[in-house]
Design a protein around this ligand. Structure first.
Ligand code: FES
Length: 123
């Protein structure tokens, strides 16, 4: 496991994202509610760049004839075919088995670090 210092915390505005290249891969760092999350810049469907995806919310369970919109800023929509993913986990909104690879993020002394090589992530 290694932590790679990639950005200053101020490089990613609230609700925004930043693309970094790290050890041969592209990773998108998102800032949601003051927390940072990192997803692979590669959609598991056909490889679209997730950095070009719209960040928004989604509809939530509601009663009949009701419309409930929520989770604003927590969902990224793939720019090619619209699959939606939870920025905080990388999981798709439609299947437990489909996800964008995510990485743990550590923030220390105003610097953002991405952790590679943890169990479940590629070294
Ligand atoms: S490439 Fe992302 S949904 Fe198709």
């Amino acid at each position: 496991m290694a932590v790679y210092d990639v950005l200053h915390a101020d490089d990613v505005p609230e609700g925004g994202s930043a693309l970094v290249r790290l050890e041969g891969r592209e990773i998108v760092v998102y800032r949601v509610g003051g927390q940072y999350y990192a997803l692979n810049n590669y959609c598991p469907h056909q490889g679209a760049p997730m950095c070009a995806g719209l960040v928004s919310g989604t509809t939530e369970p509601a009663g009949v004839y009701e419309y409930a919109y929520g989770r604003e800023g927590e969902i990224v929509r793939c720019p090619w075919h619209g699959w939606e993913f939870d920025i905080k986990t990388g999981k798709s909104l439609f299947s437990e088995r489909t996800r964008v690879k995510s990485y743990r993020v550590e923030v220390r002394d105003g610097r953002i670090g991405i952790v590679l090589g943890e169990r479940g992530t590629a070294p």
